[in-house]
Design a protein around this ligand. Sequence first.
Ligand code: IPM
Ligand code: MN
Length: 355
Amino acid sequence: MDPKQYSIGVIPGDGTGPEVIKEGIKVLKALSEKSGVKFNFKRFDIGGDRYLRDGTLLPDSIINELKKCDAIYLGAIGTPNVKPGVLERGILLKLRFELDLYVNLRPVKLIPGVETPLKSINPEDIDFVVVRENTEGLYCGCGAFFKKNTPDEVAIQESINTRSGVERCIRFAFEYCKKRNGKGKVTLCGKSNVLNYEWDLWLRVFEEVKKEYPEIETDYQHVDALCMWMIKRPEQYDVIVTNNMFGDIITDIGAVLQGGLGVAAGANINPGVRGMFEPIGGSAPKYAGKNIINPIACILAGQMMLEFLGENEMACSIQRAVEKVVKGHMKSMDAGRMGMGTSDVGDMIAGYLKY
Ligand code: IPM
Ligand code: MN
């Protein structure tokens, strides 16, 4: 039989993106040697550096190529000399929207040995996942100026919530909860006391979908209260589902709880169709080229990619290797304080893989 093959679109991007992607690919190649599964990596040169060089953001031809890949592995996009919003809307959000990656899945899991700012907490108390809607809400870019640059100026930024978009996201949260084998609980995070149209729709759909999952416990929390409870009692969460904007904010809190951006990975997925996997920390230009950035977030993004592809054994072997290296060798998860270089972390994790 021919060996199994996957085509992986790789976007190393800017800043520390290429450095961490290199380590992620190192780990995937090491797994490939052990398992016989082949990864065919296809690189795409897009990002802030490319934009500054020749004005290219994300052409349709690249979108079409990416659509043909089994998965996409993204380093980071972001260059200081580009006006805020250009790369975000022109590349990152365009990737999410054009590829219809409607779920942004962000696990918040404290790996034993990693320091969390929370006092007297056990690693098993921080183990949940945020399902963030990824193609609608305030991120859709709908709005307008009226009387711009006058004293009477008006700025409108609209939040678009479609019934089908809300429903597919909430349904994914319940399905994922079932699969995850955690506490069996889905918490809807909203703001129904003030944003009465948006959250009325979300709550109605939530009530409807939850009937199909009688075995799953449900809860609703306002986003402000949830920010507090994430810090005070994180052990209550299993799956949190929320809209694009709230998901963006609460997952940064989540990243801090699990030890910072050095270990926080995320997946942008269209379930069963395609997915894009990334460390969520951004391009961190000040650390670029110094071999001091933590590649674990990117390596864990690779693990999420393998899970998405159904390669659970390989995914587990990454998890175990990361746990060993974190516990046994790393001084900190922060850039420059790890007690070893970016490439050493990758080498060590690749060396610990058992398959
Ligand atoms: C993230 C980032 C992006 C977002 C930005 C860079 C567009 O903060 O992935 O969380 O807001 O979604
Ligand atoms: Mn963010």
